[in-house]
Design a protein around this ligand. Structure first.
Ligand code: FES
Length: 167
């Protein structure tokens, strides 16, 4: 899934970002600071942003891409409005977390680390969240769902899909 970066909607952020780069670029090891700033401002680091960084810092785009994809705190796609975390810790895993995760992926048509094209959901696999008694567990926007069965997933996701309609 690819997302189009909206230059117009991000005009103010771009201005702030470009002056930040100008200020930082001569400092040693400035790339990480620049990437963190970009991630914070835009919520992700698409190729368009990496190109701006490359142009201003003269760091090759391949090097920037390598750093962005190496560190998990950076993302190439925007996060969804609802972040889903499926726990793959041991207790959840032995109680069927992989099936839960596969069902969530099937329902949304995206992979772990992906975001739906309507920007409504993104999926992460997480470590133990300390609710092992409820295994297998998933969270959506901070709400915890436990003792999950694959057949529960659709209804739970639908309740977030229909959120806007109910308002
Ligand atoms: S292993 Fe999933 S909550 Fe602990």
């Amino acid at each position: 899934m690819s997302f189009t970066f909206d230059y117009e909607a991000n005009a103010d952020r771009l201005e702030e970002f470009e002056s930040f780069i100008d200020k930082e670029k001569t400092k040693k090891g400035s790339l990480m600071a620049i990437l963190h700033k970009g991630q914070k401002l835009f919520g992700y680091l698409p190729i368009e942003i990496q190109e701006i960084i490359s142009k201003k810092t003269k760091i090759p785009i391949a090097e920037i891409y390598g750093v962005v994809t190496f560190y998990s705190q950076f993302s190439l796609v925007p996060k969804g409005k609802h972040e889903i975390g499926v726990c793959l810790g041991t207790a959840c895993y032995v109680r069927g977390a992989q099936d839960v995760l596969d069902e969530v992926k099937d329902q949304l048509g995206i992979d772990v680390g992906g975001t739906t094209s309507d920007l409504n959901f993104s999926i992460q696999a997480t470590r133990c969240i300390g609710a092992c008694g409820l295994a297998p567990v998933m969270t959506i926007s901070g709400d915890v769902y436990g003792k999950l069965k694959t057949e529960d997933i659709k209804e739970i996701l639908d309740s977030y899909r229909n959120e806007e309609v109910k308002k």
